[in-house]
Design a protein. Sequence first.
Length: 235
Amino acid sequence: MSELTVQEANAGAHDRTGPAASREPGILAGIAAVRGVIERIGDLMNDAAGYIYYAIAALVTFDVFARKYLGFSSQGTTELSGYMLAVGITWGLAHTLTAKGHIRVDVFVMKLPLKIRAYLHFISLALLTFMGVFFAWRSWDLVAESMLFNAKDVSILSIPLIYPQSIWAVGITAFAVMTVILCIQVVVLLALGRRAEVDRMLGPRSVEEETREALEAAGLSEEEQRRAEAVLAQR
């Protein structure tokens, strides 16, 4: 039996017999419910970010053809695409976090014992939470400043900065809220001694998860994905 399996078994035994067992369902169920809502919102925001990138491509393409064949330019493509790119990036942050899509270097960490690994995951998440909350606070501070001075972009469109900045700040705020929820969930799991769950939640994606994502990206049907996964499992 591997170290992870032994640790999971011990963690499960601790959860069933520990003093926090009676409080566990309510605490974790409540956190999971809130996390599920935030994840759903993050997924919708990520979908919106994808459509925003399509819109950017359409704007740039139209401007190129208009300059080449129609003899005019929209004059606002650069400004609008800049705002849309900023919004698209921040609106995809929460989903990227829950999908474990951020770039990470954890070759050394994954070789450490589970007990140490779980707490290192927590430390990294705590630092990320601090950064997320700080950036969310500063983004809304920037929005308030733009509102106070009625700041506008120095361009032909002269758009009041409060509008694109507010939409941009919403994405950072969703990311910050997601990090806080995850941090609370991890604290509870560590208090219950369930380090294996923390490792699964915050550790890198498994080979199965990576394979499933690649098959979905390839556009295979569910039946084709199951057959492909079965073939890969036999190798």
